[in-house]
Design a binder for this molecule. Structure first.
Ligand code: NAD
Length: 394
């Protein structure tokens, strides 16, 4: 619990996302922007001047500042690990951008460091920016599934091809879309949200078969098109189909259960409700070609409440101030999403199914191999226009 009315948060990494976070924090009642940090001094200076706070060019210097309660880490993915661990060891609360990091071993190191740091400071808070958990439609879907209205789930098919990205996007940063700089493609950058949502709604699968295409539509060395097939211990199967190379894309989530099908697509949530359990009917009917009568119900969703990044930051600050855990997602919860991404890629590389929990060493070795073998020449053009709000508007 913090004896204050506002949590003083420093933002580390002032690119597309970090600069937005600095604005979000400034607009909250229970948080204040304490300082900003970027390894590019001009960026740090620019935002320090804009928000009238102190600039740092190295996160370790920022962490020495006594006028700091928490940090929001918005650097490229690999750096999430050292920056987060350094902050936790200093007793500074951390809200880390998604994904926790690139591979399972790194994520486990962060979680272990949090456990160690909590021994010194039991009320230390570690959260992850899984902002899509606050989206009204996803919350409603979670509510319906948890309520058991679909009965036993049999199939989930998620096609999310609405993550279209241009070559200019990939060229906009030297770290983007390389094994050494970003550590992966769409599963590491855009899809952490969807992979987290998948495990949040349906739990972890027992195994996955992944099929990934590297640089199929873009001049990049990492995956830009992925299909995964998953099997769960309870018999449910899952399909996960994503790409950054399809336009118009679609975000269509189909959830089939014994009591009907729930379909989210293009801003509508429809429940095709069976009159009786289709599994019961399937076993008991004498009709060879009969089907279960079902009714189409459009589910109203209240979108009037605040959602997205500011809510995640606000709940993070509230948890620090009150000592009551109201986090949208705890840091530890970020592990499953990284495990799913790593499992899909490992399966694709090995052309074999991967079982969960994943052997972190196997994927880390594969990644090291890819980095060593890379001959990709990265083209950087920092002149790309970037309106991040367009990336959220799906
Ligand atoms: N939650 C979301 O909706 C969302 C959306 C976009 C990006 N992100 C995440 O935000 C993070 C940053 O992505 P981005 O698109 O803003 O990248 P970006 O390239 O635009 O910005 C990264 C910034 O970090 C700085 N940096 C690099 N290493 C640093 C270090 N060690 N210390 C301090 N600064 C450092 C860079 O100079 C750059 O200014 C990624 O983890 C990404 O996945 C999240």
């Amino acid at each position: 619990m913090l004896n204050s009315t506002k949590v003083r948060i420093g933002v580390i990494g002032l690119g597309n996302m970090g600069s937005s976070h600095a604005s979000f924090i400034s607009g909250l009642d229970n948080a204040a922007l304490a300082s900003v940090c970027d390894i590019i001094p001009e960026k740090a200076d620019k935002f320090a001047e804009k928000f009238n706070v102190k600039a740092y060019y190295n996160h370790k210097d920022m962490l020495e500042d006594p006028a700091l309660d928490a940090v929001l880490v918005a650097t490229p993915h690999y750096d999430h690990v050292p920056v987060t661990i350094d902050a936790l060891r200093k007793g500074v609360h951390v809200l880390c951008e998604k994904p926790l990091t690139v591979h399972v071993n790194g994520a486990r190191n962060m979680i272990e460091a949090y456990g160690e740091a909590k021994k010194q400071k039991p009320d230390l808070v570690f959260g992850i920016m899984l902002n899509e958990r606050t989206f009204p439609y996803y919350k409603k879907i979670k509510d319906i599934i948890t309520g058991g209205e679909l009965g036993r789930l049999t199939r989930v098919t998620w096609i999310n091809t609405a993550w279209f990205r241009s070559q200019a996007y990939y060229d906009s940063g030297g770290w983007r879309a390389t094994w050494a700089g970003e550590g992966g493609g769409t599963l590491t950058n855009q899809c952490p949200h969807n992979l987290d949502m998948y495990q949040w709604l349906f739990g972890m699968p027992a195994k996955v078969n992944g099929f990934a295409h590297l640089g199929k539509y873009h001049n990049i060395e990492v995956e830009d098109e992925v299909t995964a097939y998953m099997e769960h211990d309870n018999g449910m199967i899952g399909h996960f189909i994503v790409t950054t190379g399809e336009c118009p894309g679609v975000n269509r989530l189909e959830i089939a259960g014994e009591n009907g099908a729930l379909v989210y697509c293009r801003g509508q949530l429809i429940f095709y409700r069976n009159r009786v359990s289709m599994l019961k009917y399937l076993n008991e009917t004498k009709e060879s070609f009969g089907t279960v009568e079902n009714w189409e119900t459009h589910i109203p969703v209240d979108g009037s409440q605040p959602y997205n990044h500011p809510v995640v930051i606000q709940k993070f600050a509230e948890t620090i101030l009150t000592g009551h855990d109201v986090l949208i997602a705890r840091g530890e919860e970020g592990l499953n999403q990284v495990m799913l991404a790593n499992g899909i890629m490992l399966s694709s590389f090995n052309e074999a199914a991967v079982r969960f929990p994943l052997n972190g060493d196997a994927y880390e070795r594969k990644l090291e191999e890819l980095i060593k073998a890379s001959v990709f020449v990265k083209h950087v053009d920092a002149g790309a226009r970037a309106d991040l709000s367009k990336s959220f508007a799906r």
